[in-house]
Write a protein that binds this ligand. Structure first.
Ligand code: NAD
Length: 375
């Protein structure tokens, strides 16, 4: 099978779907790996490193899109590029399937198999290919480093002959994969951390990392069978905002990571709370890509309010550490392909009865096969 990794179309995307280590793993399976020249130029992997790992480097993007059996890329393709895929080709990428009805239709029309990285089930078996987690973990780290860089003060406590500097206070809202890494990173830098999540299990994990849990009695909250938080009622959200607002006002850094699977993120911090925050405080909104948790967040922007609060909604935070992001993403791709690789025939086997494929294969054989998107 021929596997092709094209360069990303979006100029704001520095990550690559495969890194040289992933290429090595895939060629060892017997796959023929081709990368577009310059694939890793923004993630510190020159073409020569890919060649040394066993890949062929090409400039013929269109030709390879039309001849590859598997295409791996980070972001969703354009409809035009879907139209170039050969019949039966397997295309693996982030797809945003809840918002990309037309794109899904294009894959079905092209008779190609679209696999959505977002839809990989959150199960133990699928953990090695869980790209949402591998990227969210890095985003959590970057959120703290970004805030630390913007602050005019430091994070750790320092006792010096010139007096004592108090530790920074960090409040993490949403303790999933990104939130847990944000807590761990802030703790390592010596900050005092408070955390809130609607799931009690998440609060216990926060405490095990040394954070103080903020507990708000919201009544029934709960999670889906995949471990995602359920949407709160408007009354619950209002109660959360009031209680949380008091904590925001006392903290130097607020990191929000609260997302709802397949839906826009809930607004958790409104203007009144931002106004109550200290001059020089930083809010990093990791949910910016899905609408943001903060009123006024603009995707791709960083802004300072009249009262001196910086709101950072840059988006694609993991892209700022593109080398490691590509390393773990490449491992996710290689692990997935290896998992479904038929060693005898040397092909990626599509089996729609398989639990993982049932979760993430969206189109196959000219049809939309995924239960959630069929209708
Ligand atoms: P996510 O990015 O969808 O959301 C981030 C966090 O925001 C979640 O913890 C969620 O509970 C929280 N949240 C939602 N609404 C909120 C609100 N109003 N206020 C505060 N917090 C709110 O979540 P994720 O990081 O993708 O992880 C979701 C779950 O999946 C976690 O429990 C995680 O541990 C689990 N998980 C399991 C596996 C596995 O078993 N293989 C792998 C990865 C993640």
């Amino acid at each position: 099978m021929k596997i092709f990794a094209p360069k990303e179309n979006d100029p704001s995307e520095p990550r690559a779907a495969l890194d040289p280590a992933a290429v090595k793993k895939l060629t060892a399976l017997g796959a023929d790996v081709v990368i577009e020249a310059g694939l890793g130029e923004r993630s510190d992997n020159p073409d020569s490193a890919y060649e040394a790992a066993g890949a062929t480097v090409t400039t013929d993007r269109a030709g390879l899109l039309g001849s590859a059996d598997i295409v791996t890329r980070v972001r969703k393709p354009s409809p035009d590029e879907i139209g170039k895929l050969k019949e039966g080709a397997i295309h693996i990428s982030f797809l945003d399937p809840f918002n990309e009805k037309d794109l899904i239709g294009s894959f079905a029309k092209q008779k190609s198999t679209a696999i959505s990285l977002e839809m990989i089930p959150r199960t133990t078996l699928a953990q090695k290919m869980d790209a949402i987690s591998s990227q969210a973990n890095l985003a959590g780290y970057v959120s703290v480093m970004t805030a630390a860089n913007r602050m005019n003060s430091i994070l750790p406590m320092m006792m010096t002959p010139a007096g004592t500097i108090s530790p920074a206070k960090v409040f993490v809202i949403g303790v999933g994969v990104a939130g847990l890494q944000a807590i761990a990173t802030a703790k390592r830098l010596g900050a005092r951390v408070t955390a809130f999540d609607t799931r009690e299990e998440a609060l216990e994990q926060a405490e095990s990392l040394g954070a103080k849990a903020l507990r708000i009695d919201l009544g029934q909250t709960g999670a889906t069978d995949q471990g995602y938080a359920k949407e709160l009622t408007p009354e619950q959200l209002e109660k959360q905002r009031v209680e949380q607002g008091k904590v925001c006002a006392q903290n130097d850094i607020v990191i929000t990571t609260a997302k709802l699977f397949g839906r826009p993120a809930p607004i958790l911090i409104k203007e009144d709370v931002i106004k109550s925050m200290k001059h020089g405080s930083i809010i990093v909104d990791l949910a910016a890509d899905t609408g943001g948790n903060v009123e006024g967040t603009e995707l791709g922007k960083e802004k300072v309010t009249d009262n001196g609060v910086t709101i950072i909604g840059t988006g694609n935070f993991e892209g700022q550490v593109s080398k490691h992001a590509s390393q773990v993403l490449g491992a996710n791709f290689a692990n997935m392909i290896e998992h479904f690789w038929d060693k005898e025939a040397k092909v990626f086997k599509i089996n729609l009865e398989d639990e993982i494929q049932k979760g993430c294969v969206i189109t196959h054989g000219g049809e939309i096969v995924h239960e959630r998107f069929k209708n």
